[in-house]
Design a protein around this ligand. Structure first.
Ligand SMILES: C[S@@+](CC[C@H](N)C(=O)[O-])C[C@H]1O[C@@H](n2cnc3c(N)ncnc32)[C@H](O)[C@@H]1O
Length: 473
């Protein structure tokens, strides 16, 4: 069974900083972990800004394609998000909607789940909706890909599609298809399917021959997710998740299990739409004036989520603050020698900045994997100033969010040393180096006790809830 490769985990976690040995002297104990904090480099930010310079909100809104759903395809997703790979066609023309194909009826879900159903959504095609209350942390979907091809292998989709069972083909055909303008479907199909030396075929025959493979590619183009190792996959159910800049579920590839898992990152009410973010990592921190064109450029729709339609400016102010705080913390984590007001000059300042990042993420409703990164940096800085208790408390909070986003089967992340439990070990190791074995043991013991206390509290609560339910009956 395929395990998560580091290259793919990057799309879940952004690693920054080199592998440094835990060193009491530099204060970056624990940086030996491939840190999951990463996100933006200044170059990355510039890149994003350059790209955005192409389209403004006004241009997007004014564009004739502005109201059309469609164009998903690659993105940075780390989590897993439908992929759009603009780089597939370096000759991509300026954004122009060519064709949209949306099945007119609502198809049945392939993976039946008592928690959700597929429904038509005005302006979005179809989407997934909760049919019951879904508490935070619930594993909602666990799904193997319907079909996969090697990375950048959109031209290879026709063969695997033809080999699908009738049932799987029906699930595939029910998906939304769109031809992003940066992929030249027609020439890809002709190049891969028509022998240039075969002059027995006239233009009409060739058009007929490529029509179906183009349809298949157009579905694959906007519904695929990165898989490990180096594959792209499409899912009957997960590919129906729409985007929100304030998502309520998190999708991640679980290599050891060979599935994509979707967990609730917030409590979800019945009839609420389940949404992921198509903007991975730091791109979520962009203000709406940058997010909207970015989503439009990559996925072909105008986001109407509450953050994108917020006219008060509160969401934008928070995102700008998030971008500022996270960028500075990344520089700190990278031990950058640059000087900038947003780069904390001391560990204590980094701790305060990371706390601000945590609070702002929560205020913006971003209970996502980004929050685990913020907790890790805060824990890291707390450790550096020898506030061990607080470092452990922050690690515990990180661990909770990790569980909510990714579940508990983290074998590959453990192997890579990026799961929170690896971070706990680093904290204890550092305490041992700095304060001696006894003190480290004490903290470990306290942590164990705290864990047991928590478990006992949870058990008591479950018992109370159970008894109340029993009485109600
Ligand atoms: C991976 S598909 C999601 C499922 C799709 N809605 C369907 O009906 O199968 C991605 C496409 O869904 C649409 N979409 C996703 N999120 C959207 C949103 N927030 N607003 C409008 N359209 C959206 C866009 O057309 C996008 O290209």
């Amino acid at each position: 069974m395929a395990e998560i490769q580091e290259s793919n985990v990057k799309h879940v976690y952004f690693f920054i900083g080199e592998q440094a040995a835990a060193s009491p002297s530099d204060g970056f104990a624990g940086a030996g972990d491939a840190s999951r904090y990463g996100t933006v480099t200044p170059a990355g930010r510039e890149e994003m800004r350059d790209a955005d310079d192409d389209v403004t909100i006004e241009q997007v809104a004014a564009s004739p394609s502005g109201d059309l759903p469609g164009a998903g395809a690659a993105s940075t997703y780390g989590t897993s998000i439908p992929n759009g790979k603009p780089e597939m066609n370096p000759l991509a023309p300026a954004f122009k909607m060519r064709k949209k194909e949306s099945p007119s009826s609502v198809p049945a879900l392939d993976a039946a789940s008592p928690l959700l159903e597929i429904r038509k959504v005005e302006g979005k095609g179809c989407g997934l909706f909760a049919v019951a209350s879904i508490p935070r942390g619930t594993l909602i979907i666990s799904e193997a890909p319907l079909m996969k091809v090697v990375d950048e292998g959109i031209h290879l989709t026709w063969g695997p599609y033809c080999r699908l069972s009738n049932r799987d083909k029906a699930a595939y055909d029910a998906m939304y298809g769109y031809q992003p303008p940066y992929i030249d479907f027609d020439s890809i199909a002709r190049t891969s399917l028509i022998d240039p030396c075969d002059d027995s075929m006239d233009e009409g025959d060739a058009d007929k021959l490529v029509a179906e493979p183009i349809r298949v590619m157009s579905i694959f183009a906007i519904n695929n997710f990165n898989l490990q190792p180096n594959h792209l996959g499409i899912y009957a159910t997960i590919s129906r998740l729409n985007h929100s800049c304030i998502p309520n579920v998190h999708s991640a590839i679980n290599g050891p299990l060979g599935v994509n898992t979707v967990h609730a990152t917030t409590d979800i009410l019945p009839n609420e739409e389940l949404t992921i973010t198509y903007l991975g990592g730091s791109a979520s921190y962009l203000p709406r004036s940058k997010r909207i064109p970015e989503l439009h450029r990559k996925f072909g729709f105008i986001c109407q989520c509450s953050a994108c339609t917020d006219q008060t400016g509160a969401s934008d102010s928070r995102r700008e603050l998030l971008d500022y705080l996270a960028w500075g913390l990344n520089e700190y984590n990278d031990r950058s020698t640059a000087t900038d007001a947003c780069i904390p000059a001391s560990h204590a300042a980094a701790l305060t900045q990371a706390e601000d990042l945590i609070v702002t993420l929560k205020q913006e409703g971003l209970d996502t994997i980004e929050l685990t990164k913020a907790y890790r940096i805060a824990s890291y800085a707390a450790l550096a100033i020898k506030n061990y208790e607080y470092a452990l408390q922050l690690a515990r909070e990180e661990s909770e969010v990790e569980k909510y986003c990714l579940g508990t089967d983290l074998r590959d992340l453990r192997r890579l040393g990026v799961a929170t439990e690896g971070w706990f070990k680093r904290i204890y190791e550092t305490i041992k180096v700095w304060e001696g074995k006894e003190v480290a043991r004490e903290y470990q013991g306290l942590s164990k006790k705290e864990k047991q206390r928590k478990k006992a509290r949870r058990y008591k609560k479950a018992k109370r809830v159970g008894a109340a339910a029993f009485r109600a009956e």
